[in-house]
Design a protein around this ligand. Sequence first.
Ligand SMILES: CC(C)(COP(=O)(O)OP(=O)(O)OC[C@H]1O[C@@H](n2cnc3c(N)ncnc32)[C@H](O)[C@@H]1OP(=O)(O)O)[C@@H](O)C(=O)NCCC(=O)NCCS
Length: 166
Amino acid sequence: MKIKIFKHNPLFKNKLLLIFKQYPEIFFDGDLKTIKRRLGQVFEPIYPKFYAEIDGQPVGFISYFKRDSSEIWFLSWFAVDKFWQNQGIGKKLMAYVEKQIAKSPISRICIETVWADNEVVRKTNAFYEKCGYQRVGLIPDYYGKQGSKAFYYKDLGTVKLSKKDK
Ligand SMILES: CC(C)(COP(=O)(O)OP(=O)(O)OC[C@H]1O[C@@H](n2cnc3c(N)ncnc32)[C@H](O)[C@@H]1OP(=O)(O)O)[C@@H](O)C(=O)NCCC(=O)NCCS
């Protein structure tokens, strides 16, 4: 199985949107509107977006951005097709983005995500911890009945890059 990663191509927007729709525990109705808009846009240097492909089909998506005046990157809109879960695609997308970020002057990454008592959310948060992110905060009931908001954090500056990653 060969996983390839490419800069986002809006041609795949409908297929990628279907992946986000597989996870209503994480991506709520309001999010889907924003995701749809983002997927319709081409690759923008201020909001880098990438997708993973297997045999010519998109199987995952990841993006990141920086807020004005902040000295930290935010990971956003990240998902892997349920059919392809647990096969290393998420880790590969994350490593790809971290490699891009490591080349930028800002090495810190924040992830804002859902915190709730269900299997999908538990898996996501376990995934971030496996990737070396530390949970640094929680806002209870941020999403009302749908859950709380957790903040994960990692400073790539404290992670040694191998020669080939530089
Ligand atoms: C989170 C997500 C992107 C991970 O992608 P993935 O391709 O399934 O993940 P990978 O196969 O690369 O890695 C899975 C890792 O998590 C681990 N893992 C999987 N389920 C787990 C669980 N329930 N508990 C602990 N670890 C778990 C695996 O063991 C693996 O680690 P390993 O390689 O060291 O064994 C994907 O599951 C997803 O799209 N989730 C729903 C959407 C989402 O939550 N997006 C993020 C919003 S902020």
